[in-house]
Ligand binder design. Sequence first.
Ligand code: NAP
Length: 230
Amino acid sequence: MGELSGKVVVITGASRGIGRAIATRFAREGARLGLIARDQAALAETLVTTGDATVCSAIADVSDARAVHAAIAQLRASLGPVDILVNNAGIVVRDDVLAMSEAEWLQVHAVNTHGPFWLVRACGADLRERRGRVINIASIAGEFGTAKLAAYCSSKHAVIGFTRALAKEWADARVMVVAICPGSVDTDMLKIGMPHGKPDMTPDDIAEVALFLASRAPYAMTGGCVDVHG
Ligand code: NAP
């Protein structure tokens, strides 16, 4: 019996990087996975890493509320109600505040901040009924400021605020809502966000923390932000 045996887990941004590592790790613990991303071919590569676990995938842009609701309906029809939601999908834009286009600013917030909101609403009834868990992948950028990353930093500060508020709001249903705040992780995003930065961790390190929060972590941690800086 794995630590997540039989649990239905939805993971966004599962087509590479941290999301793929979480999917792979959770599959080994017996989770029934619903994976969401935009790139079908890359998502298919993730499926190869999940062995004989029960896995379904849906193509959706998390910034599109309708697409998110359709994806969750599709996954739910195959897997059943959602026990755990991992809001991992994210993008970064590296530019000066004065140089960044309006579209870039809006897109970063649409994906990083609004995406988790749409997912939480789409899975909310299940999560509340099943005393589920929400794990939001925020960032160290949600706790500090970094030059040229204003859109990303502000979107991740918002994710932490959302985590804290939702934890309070859903305390009545004992839904545990937490955030992980990683430092530098060796993924495609790091190369864009911090081109001269050296990774301190692998995606597997974050997956291990996510597993703890999805399984053994006590409800008392709700509303918390777990720093993982390597
Ligand atoms: P990554 O390798 O670039 O992967 C990002 C994932 O998000 C991909 O699977 C991508 O899939 C998905 N995604 C992006 N936009 C999407 C959209 N509109 N709709 C659906 N899926 C979308 O990045 P990563 O480093 O693994 O990042 C994962 C999370 O960790 C992000 O929230 C990021 O902010 C956070 N984080 C990363 C670091 C780091 O150092 N890498 C540090 C702190 C926090 P598709 O392109 O297929 O849609």
